[in-house]
Ligand binder design. Structure first.
Ligand code: GMT
Length: 385
């Protein structure tokens, strides 16, 4: 039995994988008897309201005429100091290195002067290492934050390796994969919803992302366009929002397929949509793990994605999905077509997708890995008290 801890969790509360993982982790830990304090600039979107063992502390963004750019990372540090002191937290767990890890390490130093030692756990999620983190202006800070955290985890072995390659890391990095509540993400019977969306029995392709350039949402539209031209009766549901959405919409209009596409924007609960999907398309140019694909797999949706980053680790040596070369729209199209036209292949891969999610990434197996990681970190930090 793991002893209950008081855990501060910081994340980006907006639509995005790191925020989802942080929030679902907090919710699961709270159910297991830990006390969770979310520290963020707004309520995480997957946390509609506080509940037993969950508290929310809003980081106030202080403005002043001098501040063209309000110093969010310092406001966050100040809030962390307060919450650790007054709520007597055992550990601060930050998701996404920039700037959360630096803020937490600074908070730890401030508290240390007051005779309090709070260990910092940093979870690396992806672009904080692969893209943004390697920007020259951030790289030394990311390196310093990793080396000064009391414990560091990465969401895939790929991301661990990337971090070791890109930064001069002194300590160890523990791989703790993304996880899923396979009871919530499953495939309930939703025929009425499906019929409403597709009165002519069309097949459904789904893509979920935050529409950043690296998600290649245009390629999803290209695949849809090609299959439509080949005469397949289809609908495309695009879930999420972000900087490339406008461009993706224009691209769909230019190809004359806009009417077959539903741009649904940010949707919760996403599992309702996934549970009527036939194929999940993820043509990303970078993906440290691919949580959105795991959510689809748990709902029994086979995945067509890029062979990149952590995606081969997610699919593993199974038939849960097809891995294609980056940017190979021909391959994405051919694989999607195979799944939509061969019902026994589809049934086989849908079952493999669900099985992969349940057997390898169920939260019941992954949450205890975080618990024992906290235990080890808290235990070794006792020396600093
Ligand atoms: O870029 C995103 O998709 C959002 C980003 C984030 O950090 O909010 O997601 C990353 O973290 C997820 C949860 O760990 C991973 O499943 C995603 O693969 C990862 N995204 C990228 O690496 C691009």
């Amino acid at each position: 039995m793991v002893r209950p801890l008081k855990i501060g969790i910081t994340c980006y509360p907006v639509y995005g994988g790191s925020g989802v993982v942080a929030t679902e982790l907090g919710k699961a830990l709270a159910l297991r008897g830990h006390q969770i304090h979310f520290i963020a600039y707004s309520m995480p979107f997957r946390l509609p309201h506080v509940r037993q063992n969950i508290f929310f502390h809003e980081v106030p963004i202080t403005t002043y005429p001098l501040f063209q750019y309000p110093p969010y990372s310092l406001s966050l540090t100040g809030k962390m100091v307060d919450v650790v002191r007054f709520e007597k937290l055992d550990v601060l767990h930050v998701h996404y290195a920039i700037p959360h890890a630096a803020s937490a390490v600074m908070a730890r130093s401030i508290l240390r002067e007051k005779g309090i030692y709070v260990p910092v756990v940093t979870t690396l999620h992806g672009t904080d290492i692969t893209i943004v983190g390697q920007d020259r202006s951030f790289a030394p800070v990311v390196s310093w934050s990793i080396n000064n955290s009391d414990g560091v985890t990465a969401v895939s072995d790929y991301l661990r390796q990337e971090t070791l390659l890109a930064f001069d890391v002194r300590g160890d990095i523990e791989v703790i994969h993304n996880f899923i509540d396979t009871e919530r993400f499953r495939r309930p019977e939703k025929e009425h919803f499906r019929r409403a969306l597709c009165p002519k029995g069309e097949k459904i392709i789904v893509h979920v992302s935050n529409f950043r350039a690296l998600k290649n949402a245009r390629h999803v539209v290209d695949v849809f366009h090609r299959l439509h031209e080949q005469g397949l009766a289809l609908k495309l549901l695009l879930v999420g929002d972000g900087p490339e959405r406008g461009d993706t919409e224009r691209h769909a209009r230019a190809l004359g397929v806009y009417d077959g596409i539903r741009f649904l924007g940010k949707q919760e609960p996403v599992e309702e949509i996934l549970s009527v999907a036939d194929v999940f398309l993820m043509p990303s140019g970078s993906e440290s793990f691919g949580l959105a694909a795991l959510e689809a797999m748990a709902c029994g949706v086979p995945v067509v994605c890029t062979e990149i980053g952590g995606l081969p680790e997610l699919i593993g040596d199974t038939d849960a999905g097809f891995l294609c070369r980056l940017g190979d729209v021909d391959a994405y199209t051919a694989r999607t077509r195979q799944l939509l036209t061969d019902s026994s292949l589809h049934a086989h891969m849908a079952a493999a997708a669900r099985r992969r999610a349940v057997e390898h990434f169920d939260e019941l197996a992954i949450i205890p890995q975080y618990e024992s990681f906290y235990e080890r970190v808290v235990e070794s930090s006792l020396a600093f008290v």
